[in-house]
Design a protein around this ligand. Structure first.
Ligand code: ADP
Ligand code: MG
Length: 633
């Protein structure tokens, strides 16, 4: 028998699309708090958010006459018509969250607007209103969500362990904190504090709170704009790298998303600086005109559609590449030890959970400061009490370190040094120091000798340098090959007999599309009947490699790449393959050859890494040696 479902059932089904797990609720509530203009948000969860999620904000509040409406399906204050979608600035717009949350859990809402002398407490369970009453609450909104999926046991069974669910929530809270450095975010799990950000607009502080010291010390600032696009934030020096994309954070118009084009642009920007299959740390905020993004392609809004994908790709890739170029990245000896260190998060002291009223009263009623604008560094840190972040003009009001005035009672871990100096120091070199790999410096190089038939030891002032001759030679070959491409003077090698390759349909269409490019690069390729092609010449640098493999890997790269005939990517690829022709380690070369090699390395644009991202040079200072020998402490 065919039956029309009742509205409760329909709501529960619809809710499933929005509310998959506790983290979905946190995401919606956090986005609502951001949209409400909050400058402070706190998130507290119990049992992975399954038992309880509390989100408090000091935003606009919901007017009493709108409280019930907010829980109606498709009720939103943010969107009036489909045209608005194009110019939308808010994170939410579907008006689905509150009804969805309410239909699968027990919700208590406390809210008050500035104009209302008294607030509202609203209780709704499984979509049914339980009570609506006046209550004394501070300005802003608090949601307490209990017993997720209490009325849909089937769905509850699909939840993972509390730990896993809490992990998803942590990720979300971190994303919100990173995309909103001007909002103070506080997060606790089962009553113990996990994260606290000052909300002073300093992105670096937020990164420190989430990722810890090593990463914060390795940040390079990015701040570029072109036309109507701008990109701001930080990327890590190549020393910080992971095996997955987990630390590639970026926001488009303040929305945290995942996007293939943007990820690829970032990674291609790092090409030559990172080893293959290693991924950088980034927090980048891309701003582009709203009409150039379609955020409506995914129900959970993690994905977007860019109308000018290749423009965005070029912009980001170049920004990343430029940021990395012209800096001297010479790793210290303790490099290995440092990269193996897990990101150590700053400790946040354990502390008992606060009752809802206390959280609000202390956290929000005293908040009178306007948020500082994003990425401005107008703050003063007190090294002893870093949670205490005071705008410069109020510096004299700073409390003495003996009685740390802790915002909302949370004492966060002290910063060792202020972040606003944008310190480029650290284990990698300061940009403004004299470069070691420069012609001027090289006049003072004293080549001591070669060890293990591979490494050259050089004394330069108070530094001992070690150059990997193989990596150095690779880099020299790579850059000289790129030069040849640019000047269109690639030296070629005839293959006799030619290599016959059978291509797949996909490979064939890629080849046909890029054929003129291949010819420019020194390939001579002709159709050989059917899906067969004859390769008659190859660039000289590739000679001796398995041509079959070279071609297949190039074609696959081109077909998986973005739709952009950006020739430099292909050049890069070929050039990096050409490295295999470089002298191997374990070959004794003469002092003269070494000098010539170092000289060539110095004329490279980026002499510090081989094309696969391995370092060409490492260093140890006299001081460090003295420390190792305990001459100094
Ligand atoms: P959407 O965010 O897509 O508009 P929601 O269901 O998430 O839909 O919220 C419905 C409406 O409730 C919002 O448009 C907003 O007006 C109001 N609202 C929800 N949460 C808050 C909050 N924390 N502060 C102020 N208003 C809120
Ligand atoms: Mg919303």
């Amino acid at each position: 028998m065919i039956q029309v479902l009742d509205s409760k059932t329909i709501d529960k089904i619809a809710a499933g699309e929005v509310i998959e797990r506790p983290a979905s609720i946190v995401k919606e509530l956090l986005e609502n708090a951001v949209d409400a203009g909050a400058t402070r948000i706190s998130v507290d969860i119990k049992n992975g958010g399954i038992d309880e999620i509390r989100v408090s904000d000091n935003g606009s509040g919901i007017e009493r006459k709108e409280v019930r409406t907010a829980f109606l399906p498709h009720a939103t204050s943010k969107l009036r018509s489909i045209e608005d979608l194009l110019i939308l600035k808010s994170l939410g717009f579907r008006g689905e969250a509150l009804p969805s949350i309410a239909s699968v859990s027990k919700v208590r809402l406390f809210t008050k607007t500035v104009d209302d002398p008294i607030g509202i407490k609203y209780t709704i369970e499984g979509g049914t209103e339980v009570s609506f009453e006046e209550a004394g609450v501070p300005d802003g909104t608090t949601f307490i969500v209990n017993d997720l999926f209490f009325n849909t046991p089937a769905r509850r069974k699909f939840l993972k362990s509390a730990n896993t669910e809490a992990g998803h929530i942590s990720t979300l809270v971190e994303e919100i904190a990173l995309s909103n450095p001007h909002i103070s975010v506080k997060y606790s799990v089962n009553g113990s504090n996990k994260l606290f950000t000052g909300g002073n607009g300093d992105l670096k502080e937020v990164i420190y709170r989430i990722y810890g010291r090593e990463i914060t010390d390795s940040l390079l600032p990015v701040n570029v704009s072109s036309g109507n696009m701008s990109l701001k934030g930080f990327i890590s020096k190549p020393i910080i790298a992971r095996n997955s994309r987990v630390m590639e954070n970026y926001f488009v118009n303040s929305r945290y998303i995942k996007d293939d084009i943007i990820s690829k642009a970032i990674e291609d920007g790092y090409a030559g600086f990172l080893m293959q299959h290693r991924f950088p740390f980034t927090v980048l905020k891309l701003d582009i005109p709203c009409e150039n993004v379609d955020i409506n392609v995914h129900p959970r809004k993690m994905e977007i559609k860019l109308s000018d994908g290749s423009g965005v790709y070029d912009f980001i890739r170049n920004a990343v590449k430029d940021t990395l170029s012209n800096r001297e990245f010479i790793n210290n000896f303790d490099f290995e030890k440092e990269t193996l260190l897990k990101p150590s998060r700053p400790e946040i002291p354990e502390k008992a959970p606060e009752p809802f009223e206390a959280v609000n009263a202390v956290t929000y009623t005293e908040n009178s400061e306007k948020p500082l604008s994003l990425f401005k560094e107008e703050t003063v840190y007190d090294a002893g009490t870093s949670a205490q972040i005071i705008p410069k003009e109020r510096e004299d009001e700073r409390p003495s370190p003996v009685s740390p005035d802790t915002i909302d009672g949370t004492e966060a871990a002290p910063l060792e040094k202020p972040f606003f100096d944008d310190g480029v120091k650290g284990s990698q070199l300061n940009l403004f120091e004299e470069k070691i790999l420069s012609r001027d410096a090289s006049k003072e190089f004293k080549i001591v000798g070669q060890i293990f038939d591979t490494y050259w030891i050089i004394e330069y002032r108070d530094e001992m340098l070690i150059i990997d001759q193989h990596a150095a030679h690779e880099k020299v070959n790579y850059e000289s090959f790129l030069e040849q491409f640019k000047k269109r003077s690639v030296i070629t090698q005839n293959l006799n007999p030619p290599i016959i390759m059978t291509l797949s349909g996909e490979q064939r269409s890629v080849l046909e599309r890029f054929l003129p490019r291949f010819i420019e690069m020194g390939f001579e390729i002709e159709p050989f009947g059917g899906n067969d092609f004859a390769v008659r010449t190859v660039p000289y640098n590739l000679y001796g490699l398995n041509e079959h493999e070279v071609m297949t890997s190039l074609l696959d790269e081109l077909s998986s790449g973005i739709k952009d005939e950006d020739i430099s990517i292909i050049h890069d690829k070929i050039a990096s393959m050409s490295c295999k022709a470089a002298i191997k380690g374990n070959t004794a070369i003469s002092l003269n050859e070494a000098e010539a090699l170092i000289d060539q390395l110095l004329s490279c644009k980026d002499p510090y890494n081989c094309p696969h991202g391995r370092p060409t040079i490492i260093k140890m200072s006299k001081k460090e040696l003295e420390k190792k020998f305990k001459r100094v402490l």
